[in-house]
Design a protein around this ligand. Sequence first.
Ligand SMILES: [Fe+2]
Length: 346
Amino acid sequence: MENRMKRKVLVVDDELGPREALRMILGEDYDVSVASGGLEARDNFLNKEYDLMIMDIKMPDINGIDLLTEVKTKSPETEVIMITAYASVDTATDALRMGALDYIIKPFDTSSVLEAVQKGLSRRDDSLSIKTRLQELQIANKVLEERIDDAFKNIQSHFQETVDSLVEAVDAKDSYTKGHLKRMSKFALLLGKEANLSQEELGLIQHAAVLHDIGKIGVPEAILLKKDTLSREEFEIIKKHPVIGARIISPVQSFKEVVPLVLYHHERFDGTGYPDGLKGNRIPLGARIIGIADAIDAMLTERPYARAKTVDEVRKELQQFAGIQFDPQLVKIIISKDLLALYTFQ
Ligand SMILES: [Fe+2]
């Protein structure tokens, strides 16, 4: 029982005298094995786990410094004490640099051997407990990372649900929007890609595209669904939807950068749009993209008050209103890359 608890010490020395002396000094307190040279130690002992090794520096087959390097590579936590004669203290200092804990000088006395061994074993205990603690921390860290990952996925899915339910709310009022939102967000993304927007900007476009008319929740259905021409007052109420939309989404932190795109999707390039009459490049590029995609889809779709235009007619309209309603650069991209040919009608 007691023997099982003893720490394992390996003594490597080619000289019988010091080897047996060490076995005697340490044998009572430790589980001591001995090897009569570097080769024997390498063949029979280095694959076993020792708490501490004591090795002679000068041995005929493998010298102690090389053996030390092998031990430290295989099991860095095994403590090594070197034995040296007065003549080779320089080599002993080298050994310390290579990871040995200490050296004892021949002829050695019992107390300095015991002291060195105790010091070595307590350093080993320290480094083992640090290693264990580090492993525990790594495990804890991994668990935390997984939790963060889950939480993030959760937030993303809640966020998507929020977007979906907002879009649903507009659909409930104005059923025309459903296919419209899908088609125009596809086209806005296509146009954004052709205009070399970053992935992040494209993400904003995607959200802005589905949310741009969210403010219509605040417009009375009698006006929203009216088939006859709107009165001036009614049109003024309709014109509030970008501001209402921006107000609805602005408390949501993740929508922060989507707000200007929603707010300015009805601005016109010549400054005659609403709500602020922004002109040209002062209108955020994302809002210009949403605006043109919105208009194209409206033209290509049949309305209660107008038949659907053909792709050719839309192309002409875009060119005619480039620089007036639409950003001429975007019109140029749409025409030169023939993006209308890729328009999906579903
Ligand atoms: Fe709108």
